[in-house]
Design a protein around this ligand. Structure first.
Ligand code: SF4
Length: 378
C-alpha cells in the first residue's frame, strides 16, 4: 500500500547516478571507474556483507582473497580451510555454501560465473538479492538488488505503508521500476551507498540526498518511521554449560559440531544441550569426562539471530596422556587459531583461560575430526 503522491514527482535515476559519480564509496571489492569488474569479488563481497557491516567485512575479505584469489582456488581448497578463513564472520552455513557455489561455478560453468539473474539463482547459497546484485554489478544487467538499505530508501521515497516483510514484493517492484537501462550496475551500487551513508536508519541526511525533492516521507517529515515494521518477539533465553578441559601438555579438549544446523562444522569446547530451563547446578552430569570440575564465576553470554544464550563454564585440569573421549580431540593452546572456533567459543575459552594466543605466522589447516554423534545445539 502506498501513500498517495499528491505533491511529489518520481525519483530520477540520473540524479542518483550523478550523486554517485561524486560520492561513491571506495570499497576493496568495488572496481574503480574504468576498471574491469571481477564477478568473483562481487559475489564474495555480497555473501560476506549479508547481515553484517562493511567495517566488519573489510579485513576478512582481504585475508580471504589472499588465501583464495580466484573462484578456482576456492573450489579446490579443503572445506576446513574455508571454514577457518570464515571463522568470526558468523552464519557458517554461508561458508559451506560459498565453497559449494565455487565448486558449481568451476564444474558447471568452466570457472566463469553465469551472467544472468536466473542462472545465478541456481547456484548454492545464492538467493534473490545476491543474484540480482551480482547480475547488476558484475554483468550490468537491469536487475533490482534489494537489501535492507534499499528497502529503507524505497519505502521512504514512496511511503510504503505495509510493514516488512509484507511490503517486500511491492518494494521490489518499485525498485525495479527505477532501474535505468543505462548503467544498471552503478545504479545498484549507488542505491546501496545512498542507504548506507545518507538515508540511514536514524537521522537521515535528507539535505544531502539527491532524491530529497521527490521523497514523499521527507515531504511529510516522517522519514524515520519508514520502513514500517511489525515488532518481533525476542527469542527466549537458552542456557547451557560449556566444559573447558586443560591437559597438562597445554592442550584443550575440542570437538566438531555436526555439519548441519547452528554453527555447523565449527569447532567447540564440549557443551551440554542449550534450552530455556537448563539447570546449571546439574551441569557436571553433562561433563565429557571424569575430572575435578570447577564451576567458574560469571557466565558467557552470546546473542544468536534467533535467541540469546547464557553458558555456565566448568573448568578442569587433567594429566598428560589423558585420552580424548570419542569424537573429540586435543588441540595445543598455541594452535587454537588453526581451529574454526566461532565467536561464542572464543568467549568460552577466554573466560576460562584468558584471550587466545594470536597466530605466530601462516599455519597449515588442522585436520578436523569426524562430526560427533548427537548434537548439543538448539
Ligand atoms: S530524502 Fe531523506 S528519507 Fe528520502 S530518500 Fe533521501 S535521505 Fe532518505
Amino acid at each position: 500500500m502506498l501513500t498517495p503522491a499528491s505533491r511529489v514527482t518520481k525519483p530520477d535515476p540520473a540524479d542518483l547516478l550523478t550523486w554517485y559519480d561524486r560520492h561513491r564509496r571506495d570499497l576493496p571489492w568495488r572496481a574503480k571507474p574504468g576498471e574491469a569488474v571481477d564477478p568473483y569479488r562481487v559475489w564474495l563481497s555480497e555473501i560476506m556483507l549479508q547481515q553484517t557491516t562493511v567495517v566488519a567485512v573489510r579485513p576478512f575479505y582481504q585475508r580471504f582473497l589472499e588465501k583464495f584469489p580466484t573462484v578456482s582456488a576456492l573450489a579446490e581448497a579443503p572445506v576446513d580451510a574455508v571454514m577457518q578463513a570464515w571463522a568470526g564472520l558468523g552464519y557458517y552455513s554461508r561458508a559451506r555454501n560459498l565453497h559449494a557455489c565455487a565448486k558449481a561455478v568451476v564444474e558447471k560453468h568452466g570457472g566463469l560465473f553465469p551472467g544472468t539473474e536466473a542462472e545465478l539463482l541456481k547456484l548454492p547459497g545464492v538467493g534473490a538479492y545476491t543474484a540480482a546484485a551480482v547480475a547488476a554489478i558484475a554483468f550490468n544487467q537491469p536487475a533490482a538488488a534489494v537489501d535492507g538499505n534499499v528497502e529503507r530508501v524505497v519505502s521512504r521515497l514512496f511511503m510504503v505503508e505495509d510493514p516488512l516483510p509484507k511490503a517486500k514484493p511491492l518494494i521490489r517492484t518499485l525498485t525495479q521500476d527505477l532501474v535505468p537501462a543505462d548503467r544498471p550496475g552503478d545504479f545498484a551500487q549507488a542505491l546501496m551507498d545512498l542507504g548506507a551513508t545518507i538515508c540511514t536508519p536514524r537521522r537521515p541526511a535528507c539535505a544531502l540526498c539527491p532524491w530529497m525533492t521527490p521523497c514523499r516521507a521527507r515531504a511529510e517529515g516522517l522519514q524515520e518511521t519508514f520502513p514500517r515494521k511489525i515488532k518481533k518477539e525476542a527469542g527466549q533465553l537458552r542456557r547451557g554449560a560449556a566444559f573447558v578441559v586443560l591437559r597438562a601438555d597445554d592442550s584443550i579438549l575440542l570437538r566438531t559440531r555436526p555439519p548441519q544446523g547452528l554453527l555447523g562444522g565449527m569447532a567447540e569446547a564440549p557443551t551440554s544441550i542449550w534450552e530455556p530451563d537448563y539447570e546449571p547446578s546439574r551441569a557436571v552430569l553433562d561433563a565429557p569426562l571424569d575430572a575435578r570440575w570447577q564451576r567458574l564465576p560469571g557466565v558467557v553470554r552470546h546473542v544468536f539471530t534467533h535467541f540469546p544464550l547464557e553458558l555456565t563454564i566448568l573448568f578442569a585440569k587433567v594429566p598428560k596422556g589423558t585420552p580424548a573421549p570419542e569424537d573429540m580431540r586435543w588441540t595445543l593452546r598455541r594452535d587454537l587459531h588453526e581451529e574454526a572456533l566461532p565467536g561464542v567459543m572464543k568467549k568460552v575459552i577466554a573466560h576460562a583461560l584468558g584471550e587466545l594466543p594470536a597466530p605466530a605466522k601462516e599455519a597449515p589447516v588442522k585436520k578436523r575430526a569426524a562430526p560427533r554423534k548427537g548434537s548439543s545445539s538448539s
